[in-house]
Design a protein around this ligand. Structure first.
Ligand code: ZN
Length: 243
């Protein structure tokens, strides 16, 4: 199975369309979305509709959940909070229903999918370093888990002989069949690793290769729409730096 995995679109339709175009050319057997369709960006309705068209599995993110009024957005930082409140005001009933169908976790062909962490999905924690990895590897039984949430591609391997080690968030990783993996696919609509291009991953089960892809999109077009819609200027600016 060849699976395309993308996450953290955050209402950025320009970025999403470029990613979906690239994915289409890759002829995936399945396309999985790992959460946060909305929040930050100017086109939440369009993004939720486009994701529903292509994804055979859509996972719930913290911004999606906050817009639905379940996760309390007052724990978000000020800019994220303003964007979530704006999103909640403008989206259609259909979009709301679409977000309501997202699943907290998913499993396909021996792969585990979750937005934030395997150990406690609705807590929306971050898996930043090796200290968090042991309890997270213990929280799922599959060999591989794909996550999003931090907007930073990369991940961790759990070695067959014990020990954990970090993975690069670019290029190709050839998975060792004896190891287990937690892999972050980065963000489509608001990358934070210093590269402003949209990010997603391809996983080929037959070859065991995970490839990180970066795709250029019209950042200015998204920024202009954000300004027209009076979303916070800082959120528009950060897109051009990928932070
Ligand atoms: Zn996000």
């Amino acid at each position: 199975m060849r699976v395309g995995i993308f996450s953290d679109v955050h209402g950025n339709l320009e970025a999403l369309e470029q990613v979906l175009r690239t994915l289409k050319a890759e002829h995936c057997d399945e396309i999985v979305f790992l959460g946060d369709a909305v929040g930050y960006g100017p086109q939440p309705d369009e993004c939720v509709a486009a994701i529903a068209e292509v994804a055979s599995l859509a996972i719930l993110g913290n911004h999606d959940d906050a817009v639905l009024g379940r996760t309390n957005p007052f724990f978000f930082n000020d800019l994220a909070l303003r964007a979530v409140l704006w999103t909640g005001r403008v989206i259609t009933q259909e979009t709301r229903a679409g977000l309501g169908r997202y699943e907290l976790v998913g499993r396909r062909d021996g792969i585990f999918f979750v937005h934030a962490t395997p150990v406690n999905p609705p807590a929306w924690e971050y898996l930043h370093d090796i200290t968090d990895t042991e309890r997270n590897f213990a929280a799922f039984t599959e060999r591989i888990c794909f996550i999003g949430h931090s907007h930073t591609p990369g991940g961790f391997a759990s070695g067959a002989e014990g020990g954990f080690y970090p993975l690069p968030g670019q290029g190709r990783i050839t998975l060792n069949p004896r190891n287990r993996y937690i892999i972050n696919v980065g963000s489509v609509g608001q990358p934070r690793d210093g590269d402003p291009r949209a990010c997603f991953a391809l996983y080929d089960q037959q070859t065991g290769i995970v490839e990180f892809h970066r795709v250029e999109y019209d950042v200015q077009k998204t920024q202009q729409l954000m300004r027209t819609r009076r979303l916070p200027e800082m959120l528009a600016l950060r897109l051009q730096f990928g932070h």
